[in-house]
Design a protein around this ligand. Structure first.
Ligand SMILES: CC(C)(COP(=O)(O)OP(=O)(O)OC[C@H]1O[C@@H](n2cnc3c(N)ncnc32)[C@H](O)[C@@H]1OP(=O)(O)O)[C@@H](O)C(=O)NCCC(=O)NCCS
Length: 163
């Protein structure tokens, strides 16, 4: 396994959006309804939505194994800290230690940008991700319920790790 990270430039947003659609519809049915997944992919992970986020300063990276995209990371460097907006691997690439490598990449970039901590939100029912975040050294600092429209809410923990 040779894991690398490739910044998503405008020419590859369509490819990224196809991957987000695949992963979200494969993973989230255990937590969210199909209707909510459709709504969230369209609102947050469509080609149009990702293009707008990148214009607003978000950075996306493909996680690649031997040059082949197998997941992605979304980051937004804020005034005080780094926001890890997205971390997703394709199903067959989970459980192989790739997330550990992704976190090394994220922490290195965070320090390069002069920030001392990384935070993220995670659905309270997303137990595997919660276990991984705790293992990596993240701690729960708060909870937040976010109204995302169309009658849907996100019930999340906020995790943070100081570097
Ligand atoms: C969340 C996700 C990226 C984690 O990746 P993963 O491949 O499952 O995790 P890894 O196998 O790389 O494990 C990362 C570390 O956590 C540890 N770990 C894995 N499962 C664990 C568990 N249940 N309890 C404690 N530690 C665990 C691993 O040992 C590894 O530690 P190491 O780096 O010290 O060896 C991946 O499961 C995923 O894409 N999930 C679906 C999408 C998702 O929910 N994304 C997050 C949305 S907030």
């Amino acid at each position: 396994m040779n894991i690398t990270f490739e910044k998503v430039e405008s020419g590859r947003i369509k490819e990224l959006a196809a991957m987000t659609n695949e992963i979200w519809h494969e993973y989230f049915p255990c937590i969210l309804s199909d209707e909510q997944i459709d709504y969230m992919v369209d609102k947050f992970q469509s080609e149009k939505a990702i293009t707008a986020q990148i214009s607003d300063g978000y950075e996306y990276y493909f996680i690649c194994n031997d040059g082949m995209p197998c997941g992605y990371i979304g980051l937004h460097c804020e005034a005080e800290k780094m926001f890890l907006s997205k971390l997703y691997l394709k199903k067959e690439m989970r459980g192989l230690g790739i997330a550990g490598k992704a976190f090394e990449f994220i922490f290195t970039l965070t320090k390069k940008y002069g920030k001392g901590s990384v935070y993220l939100t995670v659905n309270k029912q997303n137990q595997h991700s919660i276990d991984v975040y705790k293992h990596i050294g993240f701690e729960i600092i708060d909870s937040v319920v976010t109204d995302i429209g169309n009658g849907y809410v996100m019930d999340d923990y906020i995790f943070q790790k100081n570097l």
